[in-house]
Design a protein around this ligand. Structure first.
Ligand code: F0G
Length: 460
């Protein structure tokens, strides 16, 4: 075809109206929410880029599949359909449904970890880290050095630092029960991990006899990046690449709210029979019977169908391109973002954009709040509020202070994204007037969800 425009690979069958608000309304709503956008009413948000998790639009085929749901408590037909699809994709022997990703994490870590142990990952997501720390174990991030530098160019900035992993396994291997890699690397900017890197991690895990688990939330986006960027992969289907990624691991945790294209759900999958038995026993205690694991039969149907749609090439081409499009607009306007753009989100480098706000005065929160008040856009801080507090109660700046604009799947059109770009450039033009924040209330773990803030009178 002589055309280059990448269009949305769907047409719209059902719409949901947006509510337009005034700046004064948003200022009041944010004040009421303790200046924490997590505490806003979603109706007061115009374009919601808080997360790409559970916020996607399901296809008509998925909505149709809901009616096929078998709600039998035990042995539901929907479970077998779900299990077959997941098994066909991942190859793992045991498929354990959970209500979302963190339930899979909690079950995996509670049944395999003990206090004093260490779990390496490229970058742990916040729930993964918290579920490790709650067991008294340590979550160690060993992404490659380029993965910590927002402006550094590298096709696979999510890669694990294999030399650092080797050192860790050589020095403290007896304390490492398993090795994890997150695809794509959400906390590091939605950056992909190469097949070559996964193979190298596999080889080390074989040498040190460690199980290797993927945090597979965005496996399809990762597979498409491999197709685009890894030598020799261009002619393979995303599905074939994804299957190879899974084949290199011994198990995975998965949130179907991302690349399952569903609004809720997840699973834990693995090959080890004994670990799976322990996991199923805990599943029964906290989630439900092993053939539904906290989900309705219709959820299992929607996920099964979603996992098939998500590896379709027209979808992934549009998905990766639309994120890149926003990244290009921000970069052209001089806004510092993690380069290259990730799969599910653009990450603005708030520390670089707002150098007058020190990390412990939360430049990310300052930018998030300005985006909401000025334009009704809800983004999320991924920085010192999310990662700066340690189990002993101390606080240090996170490695980066980022603001994530996460793009829900199949929800917003190109003009929504044009609006977002325009708004970010406008807020960037106000940068010198933005001020730091202090915490007025904060919980001991995962404090970013419920904290309340106060804007500082002046910084410095
Ligand atoms: N792992 C990664 C890499 C994630 O991004 C998430 C969730 C989880 C695990 C946990 O899955 O939410 O289903 O329990 N990330 C969402 C986000 C919340 O906004 O990035 P969950």
């Amino acid at each position: 075809m002589p055309f280059h425009t990448i269009i949305e690979p769907f047409r719209i069958k059902s719409v949901e109206a947006l509510k337009f608000t005034h700046r004064d309304d948003r200022e009041a709503a944010l004040e009421k929410a303790g200046r924490n956008v997590f505490l806003l009413h979603a109706d007061d948000v115009l374009v919601d880029l808080l997360t790409d998790s559970g916020t996607g639009a399901m296809s008509s085929a998925q909505w149709g599949a809901l009616m096929q749901g078998d709600e039998s408590y035990a042995g539901s037909r929907s479970f077998y359909r779900f299990r077959d699809v997941v098994q066909d994709l991942t190859g793992f022997a045991h498929i354990i449904p959970t209500h979302q990703g963190r339930a899979a994490e909690r079950i995996l870590f509670h049944t395999t970890l003990s206090a004093g142990q260490v779990v390496p990952n490229n970058n742990h997501f916040d729930t993964t880290r918290a579920n490790i720390e709650v067991e008294g174990a340590e979550a160690v991030d060993i992404v490659i050095p380029e993965g910590r530098v927002p402006s550094a160019a590298h096709p696979f900035k999510g890669n694990m630092d294999v030399a650092a992993l080797e050192r860790l396994l050589a020095e403290a291997g007896d304390r490492v029960p398993l090795v994890m890699v997150t695809v794509t690397n959400n906390s590091g900017g939605g950056q992909p991990v190469s097949l070559e890197n996964l193979r190298a991690v596999r080889a080390l895990c074989d040498r040190f006899r460690k199980p290797f688990f993927l945090d597979a939330c965005r496996f399809a986006e990762n597979a498409y990046f491999i197709k685009l960027r890894e030598p020799g992969q261009a002619d393979r289907t995303p599905r074939a690449i994804a299957r190879e990624m899974f084949s290199l691991a011994d198990g995975c945790t998965m949130s179907a709210k991302k690349d399952g294209l569903a609004n809720i759900g997840g699973f834990l999958a693995m090959n080890d029979d004994q670990w799976a038995e322990r996991a199923r026993n805990l599943l029964i205690l906290t989630e439900g019977f092993p053939t539904y694991g906290g989900l309705a039969g219709y959820d299992l149907e929607a996920i099964a169908r979603g996992l098939e749609e998500v590896v379709e090439e027209p979808y992934l081409r549009y998905r990766i391109r639309s994120t890149e499009y926003l990244g290009e607009k921000l970069t052209a306007g001089g806004v510092p973002i993690i380069q290259p753009p990730g799969g599910h989100a653009i990450y603005i480098d708030a520390r670089a954009l707002l150098p007058h706000i020190p990390p412990l005065q939360y430049p990310g929160i300052s930018l998030v709040n300005a985006l909401y008040v000025e334009a009704g856009i809800r983004a999320v801080e991924i920085g010192t509020v999310m990662f700066g507090r340690h189990p002993d109660g101390s606080e240090t700046p996170a490695a980066m202070d980022l603001v994530r604009l996460a793009i829900p799947r199949r929800v917003y059109t190109q003009s929504h994204i044009d609006y977002v770009a325009e708004a970010v450039l406008y807020v960037a033009s106000l940068r010198e007037s933005l001020r730091g924040y202090r915490l007025t209330e904060s919980a001991a773990a995962l404090r970013h969800f419920t904290a309340r803030f106060e804007e500082m009178a002046d910084t410095g």
